[in-house]
Design a protein around this ligand. Structure first.
Ligand code: NAP
Ligand code: F7E
Length: 336
């Protein structure tokens, strides 16, 4: 049985990747951070499933603690490592740049060093990002497009991208970068724009909220579905040679278009509810991202399955369930 170690297992991608690998028969180890409140909501259904009991293990650790990473590496002895852990919010990275770089850049280096010093044969996946293209120099972006990062987050990811390639070339490590464009799901963090919109629109529909405050509505992104994208991570590590791949849908849409889809689906006009709040603008913005994943299609045989419209609909449906429960609880509270 193959063993995979995942950093960021409690995040959106970590949860989908864990599901995917367990189905493939892997033993999965996940690194979780200690926090005062529990944050394993996205993987509880997997951890509590008795079928997964001997196959899913959670251990404490942090990308800011290299000593702990090195001991976990020798204790677990994984065949594959997926480095998904990160302070992943671009806007927040302007507020906490040092922490972001410590986790997203130096954290990767700590992990790579733990692998190198362990002298074990292991395959390594690095969660690189389309944010590295930033102020794009060409559209669409592919593996040869130069980077122009526009945030502390993107700068940290560029560092990790090159360090991953450096360990591949210097030490012969089987190390791959997946340059993933935005991918969303009902498990997306609630402060990313798509989920913020689906949460608010469904709450507005049920009378639980009046307004939605947003920033730049003209930004365009290549939005895919998270469960589709984690399969590409795994495929990269199953090839004969390590390499770097863009993973994207090839379509780009503005935040306004996402608002149209979600509010339109609920029979609402978003212009009546959305207000612009300067706090949500970024000191430097990434105006447009659109990926070209031809290399992944050709070498990995990977293609996205879920469309923009379908993503908007399935996220709205999932958030409507949450909003309906919220309403029931609120009404019960009012009766007391
Ligand atoms: P996410 O939902 O924000 O999850 C981030 C994960 O990283 C969480 O499990 C978080 O743990 C963990 N983490 C944060 N700081 C850590 C630290 N210091 N040490 C160890 N773990 C830490 O992110 P995601 O959307 O799943 O994205 C997964 C990865 O892909 C990230 O590296 C992200 O930057 C990258 N990426 C994402 C996208 C996208 O569109 N989603 C696109 C390209 C690249 P807690 O639960 O404790 O906070
Ligand atoms: O913003 C605009 C905002 O925060 C998308 C991360 O997973 O994908 C993600 O980064 C766009 C931006 O995602 C609000 O200005 C408008 O132009 O959902 P987001 P992101 O910054 O693209 C990349 C690929 C990653 O690697 C990251 O880890 O939407 N926008 N109004 C807003 N964004 C937010 N968050 N909130 C707003 O109110």
């Amino acid at each position: 049985m193959k063993k995979a170690l995942i950093t960021g297992i409690t995040g959106q991608d970590g949860s989908y990747l864990t599901e995917f690998l367990l189905k493939k028969g892997y033993e999965v180890w996940g690194i979780i951070r200690r926090s005062s409140s529990f944050h394993t909501g996205r993987i509880d259904h997997l951890y509590q499933d008795p079928h997964n009991q001997p196959k899913l293990h959670l251990v404490y650790g942090d990308l800011t603690d290299g000593t702990n990473l090195a001991s976990l590496m020798s204790e677990i002895a994984p065949d594959e490592i997926y480095n998904l852990g990160a302070q992943s919010h671009v806007r927040v990275s302007f507020d906490i740049p040092i922490y972001t770089v410590n986790t997203d850049a130096l954290g990767t280096l700590r992990l790579l060093e733990a692998i190198r010093s362990g002298k074990r044969k292991v395959k390594f996946y690095q969660a690189s990002s389309s944010e590295m293209f930033g102020k794009v120099v060409e559209t669409p972006q592919n593996e040869t497009t130069p980077f122009y990062p526009r945030s502390p987050y993107a700068c940290a990811k560029v560092y990790s991208f090159w360090q991953t390639i450096n360990y591949r070339e210097a030490y012969g490590l089987f190390a791959c970068n997946g340059i993933l464009f935005n991918h969303e799901s009902p498990r997306r963090g609630e402060t990313f724009v798509t989920r913020k919109i689906t949460r608010a629109a469904t709450r507005i529909k049920l009378g639980l909220q009046d307004k939605l405050y947003l920033g730049n509505l003209d930004a365009k992104r290549d939005w895919g579905f998270a469960a589709d994208f984690v399969e590409a991570m795994w495929l990269m590590l199953q090839q004969d040679k390590p390499d770097d791949f863009v993973i994207a849908t090839g379509q780009t849409h503005s935040v306004k278009e996402f608002l149209d889809e979600v509010f339109g689906y609920l029979g609402l006009d978003w212009k009546k509810y959305v207000e612009i709040d300067k706090r949500y603008f970024r000191p430097a913005e990434v105006d447009i991202l659109q990926g070209n994943a031809d290399k992944a299609a050709k070498i990995l045989g990977w293609k996205p399955k879920v469309t923009f419209k379908e993503i908007a609909k399935l996220m709205t449906d999932a958030d409507m369930d949450i909003a309906e429960n919220e309403k029931i609880i609120k009404e019960k509270g009012n009766k007391k």
